[in-house]
Design a binder for this molecule. Structure first.
Ligand SMILES: [Zn+2]
Length: 204
């Protein structure tokens, strides 16, 4: 009889559950439930998902221009000639860019900061793509930058930092206004709220 059962070496399933449990919003219980669901639906769920994961990991690139993620670099938004070159909408993350694109109410360019200023998390101006943004303002035909940042302490201090950095540059700095609930995270807002906030933006 094998008394070392509890010390058995890690199986592929254990590794899968561990990896799933590390995903945002999941814990080990939901990770196990998902893993079991996939195992019971190997052909319909697990194999197509594994393929989609591999394909996405292989094909998606970070756009060196706006720092969004797409199948091409530069991305499809940066190369879309039907979009205005005069306005850059500054967002913290790709999720926020997707939230704004979902509303179809903005037809300009984007710039993804890659986070927000936060002393606690060790996020300073150098950790964000702020220099690249300033470079774009100076080197392109930008007339306005819209700071579409969350109405949180970090979002607002990042907005102030960028507005200060743009001081003296030939660009109008605006930010989202009405519609943003206090403490609201952009990614979680409904389309109508985002559209109202975008249309009611104000000069900083
Ligand atoms: Zn791009």
């Amino acid at each position: 009889m094998n008394n070392n059962f509890s010390q058995h070496s890690e199986t592929a399933l254990d590794r899968l559950v561990k990896r799933l449990a590390r995903l945002p919003g999941l814990g080990s219980r939901s990770a196990k439930r998902i893993a079991l669901h996939m195992l019971l639906n190997r052909k319909d769920v697990m194999e197509p998902l594994a393929e989609a994961l591999q394909e996405t990991a292989r094909d998606m690139k970070t756009c060196h221009h706006c720092f969004s993620i797409d199948t091409s670099d530069p991305c499809r938004i940066c190369t879309d000639t039907s979009r205005s070159e005069n306005t850059i909408c500054v967002v913290a993350s790709v999720a926020d860019l997707w939230a704004l694109e979902r509303t179809r109410s903005f037809r300009g360019q984007y710039h993804v900061l890659g986070g927000l200023l936060s002393a606690i998390d060790g996020m300073g101006p150098r950790e964000l793509n702020i220099d690249a943004l300033l470079g774009r303002i100076q080197g392109e035909k930008v007339e306005e930058i819209i700071l579409a940042l969350s109405a949180t302490v970090q979002g607002q201090s990042t907005a102030h930092y960028i507005a200060d950095a743009c001081n003296g540059l030939p660009v109008t700095v605006t930010r989202l206004a009405q519609g943003m609930p206090f403490g609201g995270e952009l990614d979680y807002l409904d389309d109508g709220t985002i559209t109202t906030a975008l249309n009611a933006r104000k000069a900083v």
